[in-house]
Design a protein around this ligand. Structure first.
Ligand code: CA
Length: 447
């Protein structure tokens, strides 16, 4: 194994030089569509025991821990004459991945295909949950948007035994500034895994049409246009939210909204099986609904910081103004009268919040956010985002709250309950723009 790794290191240097020359020669050309971008994708060309164009990289573990083996197998390929494999004993602690990098420009999604086969793959103590293809996305400086893991996307780990080849075929969305895509074949646990016939393609565009409003770029597909009036309504909703959140004109983002005819088309486009998906940092909303009244709130507040889940959702529902067609403040008032209004602590602490009935904690969180914004001003609420950004505990939140509001959470909570108790209700007013929405453009009210 030691000799093998020395070979790998020498080879890695050669690959780097080759890639650099290659990259400098074709910077301006557009990436071809539906064409495999990988060199030697079926591992047919082998030199010194390694597939040409690929690099064996360390994945986890250091010497002298027991290492996995890498090799070429000609006994049962999926395509051509050769496949590659990693093999590790149940007590192996040191793992590798076979990787190749491609350069891309101005693309938003990538299709990964590849065949995989496994034998007795099991995760033992001190091992890692990888037995799959993985993708890493790098920007022009080779930095990453998210770096908590070595990969950004991956296929499902293939555990146990699969006598036949399984062909993975997934489309993944890329962060906007992606310049390099690295594909990895990786094993992080005991057993044997084979890979063959890997493909990385830029899929043909769906033919998006687009138009702009002040804060939106609207995207739609021919034959499934936005309902009349929905784009103007979306902009109006945005203006309403941004104003009530106290976000200055200069800080109001431009959001890309993609409207899909159905969730299957959306799955084919971004590889996610949901009716709606938002990417807060890149300010994108993908949806089968023509108007979004929820994710745009998160996109608006994200640059100021991220509050805990309960308050983040509470902010969206406060601005929407209703929960399942009932006014937030009335629901919270009724909960208080029934002595069922959750404490602020149980709204703020994620683990306590998620144990509760969403129909109770949702309106309660929204009403408390409304209290903070309407009684102490949106500026302080944005400041709370800054000071309580990603707080992990109630103690940290309490400290941040006191810094911002000059009073304790408990004190504010008592005032909130007092005001809520004293409220009497007139028929619904027009503070919630959602109330005026015609059915034809009704936004998604899920969550
Ligand atoms: Ca092959």
């Amino acid at each position: 194994m030691r000799k093998g790794i020395q070979l790998v290191c020498r080879y890695a240097a050669a690959v780097l030089v080759t890639l650099t020359i290659f990259a400098s020669g074709c910077q301006k050309s557009e990436i071809p569509r539906d064409v495999n971008l990988l060199t030697n994708p079926s591992f047919e060309e082998v030199e010194g025991g390694l597939p040409v164009g690929w690099e064996v990289r360390p994945f986890r573990g250091i010497e002298p821990a027991k290492a996995a083996e890498f090799g070429i197998d000609e006994s049962y390929p999926h395509d051509g004459d050769r496949a590659v494999f990693f093999k590790a004993d149940p007590d192996a602690q040191r793992f590798f991945m076979l990787s190749q990098e491609v350069e891309v420009t101005d693309i938003t999604r990538i299709r990964l295909r590849g065949a995989v086969r496994s034998l007795d793959v099991r995760r033992n103590a001190g091992q890692y949950p990888q037995a799959n293809f993985a993708l890493t996305f790098l920007n022009k400086d080779r930095g990453r948007t998210y770096s908590a893991r070595f990969y950004d996307q991956r296929t499902r780990p293939r555990l146990e035994t699969s006598d036949d080849w399984i062909v993975e075929d997934r489309i993944f969305r890329l962060p906007v500034d992606t310049k390099y895509v690295v594909v990895h074949c990786v094993l992080g646990m005991g057993g044997t895994i084979w890979f063959d016939d890997v493909s990385l393609e830029v899929p043909t565009g769906l033919g998006w049409q687009e138009t702009e409003s002040k804060n939106f770029t609207f995207h739609w597909l021919p034959g499934s246009e936005y309902p009349e009036g929905s784009q103007a309504y979306q902009q109006q909703l945005f203006d309403n939210y941004a104003t009530r959140l106290g976000i200055p004109e200069s800080d109001r983002p431009k959001i890309s909204h993609y409207f899909y005819p159905d969730s299957l088309t959306m799955y084919e486009a971004i590889g996610v099986k949901v009716p709606k998906k938002a990417y807060w940092d890149s300010r994108e909303v993908h949806s089968i609904f023509p108007v979004d009244d929820h994710e745009i709130v998160h996109i608006l507040t994200k640059p100021y910081g991220t509050l805990t889940f309960g308050l983040t959702e509470g902010t969206a529902f406060y601005l929407i103004g209703h929960w399942k067609n009932q006014r937030i403040v009335e629901l919270a008032h009724d909960l208080l009268e029934d002595d069922r209004l959750p404490s602020v602590q149980s709204i703020v602490v994620p683990f306590e919040m998620k144990r509760q009935n969403p129909d109770i904690v949702g309106p309660a969180a929204a009403a408390f956010v409304g209290f903070l914004i309407e009684y102490a001003g949106p500026e302080r609420f944005l400041e709370l985002h800054r000071q309580a950004n990603d707080t992990g505990s109630y103690e940290e939140f309490r400290t941040a709250f006191e810094n911002v509001y000059g009073r304790s959470v408990e004190d504010a909570e008592a005032a909130f309950r007092k005001i809520l108790a004293e409220m009497t209700f007139a028929p619904p007013d027009s503070t919630s723009p959602g109330q005026q929405l015609p059915d034809s453009v009704a936004p998604d009210r899920q969550q």
